[in-house]
Design a binder for this molecule. Structure first.
Ligand code: 6PG
Length: 253
């Protein structure tokens, strides 16, 4: 896997899959990650409908704000969430709310292009509903999402796939209901998440991770001896994985 140190001031147009891009700081990471997503969307040729799965958490907010300022043809992009907390869409813990405030509410897209998880349903029903939606949006039985954005927890989780949880071992379902506490504390929260079969059918995936607290997990996920216990290490779509990191998160590579 190629490793590039990048200042992110002049976005490269030849970003291949399987890269590790290390940016000087979180501001430059946001610029580079936004440029990466914009490149992928603008490279898609009409009439292809570009399926973009947004990640939740706090790290991507700066990337989304930067992306909202860029020259992108949004007309054929459809927005999904790679995971969601089972809370109302206007709840402060909603990944949809974070994505809307930082990106979706800032760009010219119609409601028909935005697909939040129906968190008004029970977690299990919401997961089944989302899976049906994905199958209807995709061109095949196993929908190939064009780009899945993912965050990384310091415990190695990604989306809402947590270490040693049964959902990590799922082989058939595309979307499942899970339960896990937020990194910010509090009791276990019901969630809906993409599964590895869905993520690993994607045309491409990209992690966006920053901060020293992620360094050991980035190393575990990327290391030659990637431990299968680290869910993020099991993200291996045929379209390749790109790791978009700041120097702090890349410190142990
Ligand atoms: C969620 C996220 C989760 C997140 C990581 C990193 O719903 O919590 O999807 O997978 O991406 O926990 O979160 P931070 O970016 O806040 O560190």
């Amino acid at each position: 896997m190629k490793k590039q140190c990048f200042s992110a001031q002049a976005p490269r147009a030849d970003m291949a899959s399987g890269d590790v891009v290390i940016c000087d700081d979180q501001d430059r990471l946001a610029q580079r990650a936004a440029a990466f997503v914009a490149e992928r969307i603008n490279q898609a040729r009409p009439p292809h409908r570009f399926l973009l799965a947004l990640t939740g958490g706090s790290t991507p907010a700066a990337t989304y704000r930067q992306l909202a300022t860029m020259d992108v043809d949004w007309s054929r992009t459809h927005f999904l969430l790679s995971d969601e907390r089972c809370v109302p869409l206007d709840d402060e813990n909603s990944n949809y709310r974070m994505a809307f405030e930082n990106l979706l509410g800032r760009i010219p897209v119609g409601e028909s292009q935005i697909h939040p998880v129906r968190t008004e349903l029970s977690p299990e029903a919401a997961a089944e509903d989302y899976e049906s939606l994905l199958r209807s949006l995709g061109d095949a039985e196993l929908p190939a999402i064009d780009l899945v954005l993912l965050g990384l927890g310091s415990d190695g989780h990604t989306a809402s796939l947590f270490p040693a949880q049964p959902e990590v071992e799922e082989h058939d379902r595309l979307v499942l209901a899970t339960r896990a506490a937020l990194a910010t504390g509090g009791g276990p929260m019901r969630r809906v998440t993409f599964t590895l079969p869905l993520i690993n059918a994607a045309r491409g995936a990209a992690f966006i991770a920053a901060g020293t607290e992620k360094a050991s997990t980035v190393s575990a996920a990327l290391g030659a001896g990637s431990r299968p216990s680290v869910p993020a290490a099991r993200v291996r779509p045929p379209g390749g994985v790109t790791w978009l990191l700041d120097k702090a998160a890349a410190a142990e590579l």
